[in-house]
Design a protein around this ligand. Structure first.
Ligand code: MN
Ligand code: MN
Length: 301
């Protein structure tokens, strides 16, 4: 990862500031009985109102859903009375991304689980310095979460971020993975501990709500090409949801069919919903940081 320009740092910080403000609103919206599609739309509209764009569709993960669930078009799901809700949101300005997440306990029974991920992130941020090895961060996250009696999720991790690229290749484990000896040099990173009262692993469901396009010059049939160009113009290769592009249910099903064609042409990346393997409940907190040659800036707090 190359060093960052002043303009890049400025835009990263601005995106982080918007993300922080939106997160404050998001926390207030999570109340039992609220429609999650309404929460998502309110959050995404607020990002735009503040001058940013969503870096990805807002993820709303309820209980054992760990990641990659964004409300579908007209999604009837409501915030339940019990459990834990995660809101993971991203903001970008000209491709400079802020990625952040919070968890809300809906009942006192899950306050400890939420606290475990929150404190794990806090402890990790306290010790990160330029050149730190990823495994050292993982160790702190793991021991923090375990001190609350929970497990870190081992197959979800923090990641480096590049312009227009949310996961750009370097990972930061949520446990003391001895293979993660690489050092974090100048660049942008998301640190995101997940805690669970389950086994500590996620698996994919056969449900996808979030997609991204691949760029390739392939001749497409007219109606498919129209949707492809419309989404590419809006998103480039950033993640999207069909909820953003449809106005009625017939259109939704038509577009779902078109996506199948894009998938056949290998122009579509799917991000299946991730759930805890043993149906354990999951909490998560996340901040984005810039590591410069000398110091560490948390852009989203
Ligand atoms: Mn995130
Ligand atoms: Mn992330």
């Amino acid at each position: 990862m190359s060093s960052l320009s002043e303009e890049a740092i400025e835009k990263l910080i601005k995106a982080g500031k918007i993300a922080r403000e939106v997160t404050t609103l998001a926390a207030k919206l999570v109340k039992p009985g609220m429609r999650i599609s309404e929460i998502a739309t309110t959050i995404e509209n607020y990002i735009k109102k503040l001058g940013g764009k969503p870096a990805f569709p807002v993820n709303i993960g309820i209980n054992y859903v760990a990641a990659h669930y964004t409300p579908l078009y007209n999604d009837p799901l409501l915030i339940p009375d019990q459990g834990v809700v995660k809101i993971d949101l991203g903001v970008h300005i000209d491709g400079y991304i802020a990625d952040t997440a919070i968890s809300v306990a809906l009942s006192p029974a899950y306050e400890g689980l939420v606290e475990a991920a929150r404190v794990a992130l806090e402890n990790a941020l306290k010790m990160i310095r330029p050149g730190i090895r990823a495994v050292e961060i993982g160790r702190v996250i793991e021991s923090s979460i375990k001190s609350y009696g929970f497990n870190p999720i081992k197959n979800l991790s923090g990641h480096s971020i590049d312009r227009y690229i949310i996961h750009s290749g370097i990972t930061i484990p949520n446990y003391g993975d001895i293979l993660a000896r690489h050092r974090l040099l100048e660049g942008v990173y998301a640190i995101e501990p997940f805690a669970t009262n389950g086994s500590g692993f996620v698996k994919e469901l056969d449900i996808t709500t979030i997609y991204a396009l691949r760029r390739d010059k392939i001749k497409l049939k007219n109606n498919i090409s129209k949707l492809y160009e419309r989404i590419y113009k809006d998103r480039l290769t950033l993640p999207f949801t069909l909820r953003w592009y449809v106005t009625n249910i017939e259109e939704y099903y038509t577009y779902l069919e078109l996506l199948k064609h894009l998938e056949k042409e290998k122009l579509l990346i799917k991000y299946p919903v991730l759930v805890e393997k043993t149906n354990g409940y999951v909490s998560q907190f996340e901040h984005t940081i810039i590591i410069t040659r000398r110091d560490v800036i948390v852009t989203t707090s």
